[in-house]
Design a protein around this ligand. Structure first.
Ligand code: NAD
Length: 323
């Protein structure tokens, strides 16, 4: 029993109109709909003021990873219960991690207190995700799973979760119709896959791939899910060539029905109309050196062995992906 008596809703602008009426049994006392991507500290401060002035004892976040992340940032500094209703495939609702951005740097905080006390999954809330965002958000989830398979501290559970997540997500995306739409049951499977993917990230932490994406978002302003979708084929190419053992490579080839997983990821993404180039998303050739340095500042001892040159190559390939 959560015993929430004064609930603050945290969402992105426009979300509540999409979601419809909140059941009257939920004791909502205020709403903060100023959520922004990458969880800027100024936004957390505004939400925090509303939480305090309304004496809220709980936060109900409805939306993607940005809404969930804002609620987690609040839970870092307030003794509150949090309930997450995810509407994308970010998977943040099952992790103890939050990325908060200030002074153009996105810093990751890990703390068990921020794991939502309750998660409510309802795939009906994901039906209106546009095809391209469905794809990029699903690639964010895929990235958690591939990243978990690349971590030094992986374990038999994280490995199983990761492979199951990849299998569910790829099958759901492949079930699209020719307009890039996927039906309700595939949306259920996508949410489940995203949940498994989040669970492996929660177990082993974020990989070098994720750190690159945090730098692209926090320091260069690129969209989080689009950065994942642009980078993933090139990170996975490196993982397949240099990190994954043969048994994992073979399972992945079976899942994608393709020898070259990187090519399969590019083709799947193109079938949703997303052409992956970091340049299109706003990264400049001259930004790459700084992005490499910032990524390396965040690399931890659990990360796979990786050199600056490897990150430079991946970023350069993703930057010029259209040429
Ligand atoms: P988002 O939450 O920023 O949402 C992007 C846009 O999509 C918003 O305008 C939102 O209103 C809209 N939207 C959300 N759900 C929708 C729906 N069902 N239909 C139509 N529109 C919808 O995007 P995101 O990619 O889910 O989240 C990105 C953020 O999540 C980043 O800050 C990232 O760092 C964080 N994240 C954190 C973790 C973690 O474990 N801590 C994991 C993944 C992502």
């Amino acid at each position: 029993m959560l015993k929430c008596q004064r609930v603050l809703i945290v969402a992105t602008k426009g979300t509540l109109a999409r979601v419809g009426k909140i059941p009257p049994a939920v004791p909502v006392v205020s709403t903060f709909n100023g959520v922004e991507e990458h969880v800027p500290t100024v936004v957390v401060k505004k939400a925090s003021e509303i939480l305090i002035s309304n004496k809220c004892d709980s936060v109900l976040s409805i939306g993607g990873g940005s809404a969930t992340g804002t609620a987690k940032a609040l839970a870092l500094n307030h003794d509150i219960k949090t309930i997450a209703v995810p509407t994308t495939y970010a998977g943040s609702e099952v992790t103890d991690v939050v990325g908060i951005t200030s002074d153009e740097v996105k810093r990751t905080v890990t703390d068990l207190r921020i794991v939502p006390d309750l998660v409510i999954y309802d795939s009906l809330l994901t039906l209106d995700l546009p095809p391209q965002f469905t794809l990029t958000s699903a690639y964010n989830a895929l990235a958690h799973a591939f990243g978990a398979l690349a971590m030094k501290n992986q374990n038999p559970f994280s490995k199983r979760y990761a492979l199951e997540a990849i299998s569910l997500i790829v099958a759901s995306l492949e079930s699209r119709n020719d307009r890039g739409l996927i039906d309700g049951s595939a949306r259920d499977e996508l949410l489940l896959g995203a949940c498994w993917a989040g669970m492996c990230l929660a177990q082993v932490g974020t990989s070098f791939h994720h750190k690159i994406c945090h730098v692209l978002g926090g320091s260069f302003g690129l969209s989080h899910s689009k950065s994942h979708a642009s980078m993933l084929p090139f990170s996975v190419q490196f993982m397949m060539n240099s990190l994954f053992p043969t048994d994992i490579q073979n399972v992945l080839r079976d899942i994608f029905h393709e020898e070259d997983i990187s090519k399969a990821l590019i083709n799947l993404s193109a079938s949703f109309g997303f052409r992956p180039s970091l340049y299109d998303l706003g990264l400049m050739e001259s930004d790459v050196g700084r992005a490499v340095e910032l990524t390396f500042d965040a690399v931890s001892s659990s990360d796979a062995r990786i050199e600056k040159n490897d990150v430079m190559n991946m970023l350069s390939l993703a930057l010029r992906a259209r040429n």
